[in-house]
Design a protein around this ligand. Structure first.
Ligand SMILES: C[S@@+](CC[C@H](N)C(=O)[O-])C[C@H]1O[C@@H](n2cnc3c(N)ncnc32)[C@H](O)[C@@H]1O
Length: 256
């Protein structure tokens, strides 16, 4: 997530103390941010034990004894039983749920509710417009390139036999929060400007997935295609000063 999203959360939070914080779907970006806040203590959750180890290694000595990174699954009703946090962050967690607890998306906010003492922040990607609805805004050079990258990434993930993320729109999230014991206080959309890091990151996912293809000829052709798209996208990114397309959302909700 870009710093604009964290800045939005800071603004929404105002002068309230952060207290005890839960990063309900952790990663290097959100955890570094939380680790820099004035918190009483934090718990960071991942569904992936390899990510837990990597984050612990990366943060190293910067972590206080009262802070912890844990692996678990929100589909497990007993996970973190009885633990309550003043502030909970669900940063790109909903979209990733498909990989760890598919078909539980409608239960996520109710599942988190007993752990939310005061405030929950949800950050997510508004699903990309895909050109199926005319005039949906995809038809710019930046839009076409971002969609081409996203489709290629998902094709590679599927051909490797893995599951793709599934994003949910902001009004779906608002509805789900309202029926799960929260009052939505504020919701904002933030325009995305994709840069080299995104292009390389997504196309590196393709490279890693291609290594798992069974069909060697397909793998060779796909690699050439990935490299060609990388060149084209990086060129457009430099020329256009970033690829402006789609938006993220930040939603602040209080436990009621
Ligand atoms: C896309 S990453 C979040 C990005 C992260 N906040 C960052 O700043 O890099 C999604 C995280 O949610 C975790 N996750 C997804 N589904 C989960 C589930 N059902 N239970 C626990 N963790 C889950 C993943 O393991 C991963 O740590």
């Amino acid at each position: 997530m870009g710093d604009t999203l964290f800045d939005t959360i800071r603004r929404m939070h105002g002068e309230q103390p952060w207290g005890r914080v839960l990063d309900a779907g952790t990663g290097a970006h959100s955890l570094r941010w939380i680790n820099g806040l004035d918190t009483q203590a934090w718990t960071a959750v991942t569904g992936d034990p390899a990510r837990e180890k990597k984050l612990a290694r990366e943060l190293g000595g910067a972590v206080r004894a009262r802070d912890e990174i844990v692996t678990g699954n929100w589909a497990d009703e007993a996970f973190l039983n009885g633990e309550v946090f003043d502030t909970v962050l669900a940063d790109y967690l909903l979209g990733a749920l498909e990989g760890f607890a598919p078909y539980h998306q409608d239960r996520l906010f109710a599942r988190l509710r007993p752990h939310v003492g005061k405030r929950l922040y949800v950050v997510g990607l508004q699903p990309y417009p895909d050109g199926i609805v005319p005039g949906d805004g995809h038809d710019t050079e930046a839009g076409r390139l971002v969609l081409e990258i996203a489709r290629l990434r998902d094709a590679c993930i599927l051909l490797a036999g893995h599951r793709c993320y599934r994003e949910y729109p902001h009004d779906w999230v608002v509805r789900s929060l309202q029926s799960s014991g929260y009052a939505v206080r504020e919701a904002v959309g933030v325009q995305i400007v994709y840069r080299k890091r995104f292009i390389d990151g997504q196309l590196d996912v393709c490279r890693r997935k291609i290594a798992l293809f069974r069909d060697e000829a397909l793998a060779t052709a796909m690699t050439a295609h990935v490299d060609e798209l990388r060149t084209r996208a990086l060129d457009a990114c430099a020329r256009l000063d970033g690829l402006r397309f789609a938006s993220d959302y930040v939603i602040a909700a209080d436990a009621v």
